[in-house]
Design a protein around this ligand. Sequence first.
Ligand code: DOR
Length: 445
Amino acid sequence: MTSILIQGAFTVNEEQIIQSDVRITNGKIEEIKKNLTLREGETCIDARGKYLLPGLIDDQVHFREPGLTHKACIRTESRAAVAGGITSFIEMPNTNPQTTTQEKLDEKFQIAKENSLANYSFMFGGTNDNLAEIQKLDPKQVAGLKLFLGSSTGNMLVDDETVLRNIFSSTKLVIAAHCEDEPTVKANLQAHIDEYGEDIPIEKHPVIRSHEACYKSSSKAIALAKETGARLHVFHLSTAEELSLFRNDIPLAEKKITSEVCVHHLWFSDKDYASKGTQIKWNPAVKTDADRTALWDALNDDRIDVLATDHAPHTLEEKSQVYTKAPSGGPLVQHALLALLTAHKEGKISLEKIVQKACHNPAILFQISKRGYLREGYFADLVLVDLNSETTVKKEDLLYQCGWSPFEGTTFGAKVLQTWVNGQTVYANDQIIENKAALQLTFDR
Ligand code: DOR
């Protein structure tokens, strides 16, 4: 029986910060109390002055396996995730082949079982022609259904209105939607190609992938969800306009329409295109300072429910191409929590709110069993951070297979000291520890 006593940390959990001891036995949190007595043979960790959080649950990552493993794979990216305090992830279906059949989904679970250092689940991909497969899915196995209502990496656009209506009407799964209106984006892109050719200035990305495209698509998806009673989760909000579509007057568990914001839309603004170029080309695009401020406000007042990364690595070679060829997306899991903790120190968000949005709320939203909280009897997925240390992002410290980060050279005002997955240390002293403790996420559905 492995037993660990974490002593004296400031535990951040359920809207409170309390100095407490936490005992882990057999992969679970056994006790959370002040002044616990060290048992014989128990490992003791002096965490006084440090903050102990539930491990983050990232509800949107692209780990590129199978088929796109020149960019990333589950082994490398899950290691980067735990180094960044993310202990569970939900991975997206735009791999090659796409995760649009039960067989392909099962293959992914197998790859993760063999290789992941973080707990895992997957989204199933909806397409214009796989409704029958969607209807056969086991809600106890799959995290949810991902629909690309705007095209992005991997050609998974669902643009047949009848199919969309059928999917919304017939599934009980959470529908996670990428919302950007395809005709609007296409017309904007063509107008810019007419003016600039292929080498469109990157500053035009938010003009092409415009506010209008986001609002049109999100509002359409929400209208369809209201009409059909579907459970809709709108991924990666990026505009101020869209925020009026979401409520904060009912608890998350009662919401049928929820939303997510990603770290890059909170950190960067269109002013950063000049220095970062296509490294910060994302879909949806990073937009203005005013949008960024509105996203922080909506996160803090609960119109936005979940904080995630949309970790989407591409090689530097791919990203260095001209605008029309450079793919959208970038690696984030190793630095998302550090960015959030830095934002906390700048007064943008409380620690309790970070934990609510990145730990508790994904667990509530996806009905994940016994994770996302510091609670006795729950899995011991934990991250210990130091708010009095700094982390400077250096190329040589990156764990992403693609070997670059949009944060290179940035100094964050915090440091991840140690991460536990199911009670096993997987990251400590700046090193990955190869404890294969990760489990498939299970759902209380
Ligand atoms: O920028 C993005 N990249 N947005 C997405 O929705 C997809 C992702 C990717 O897979 O590259």
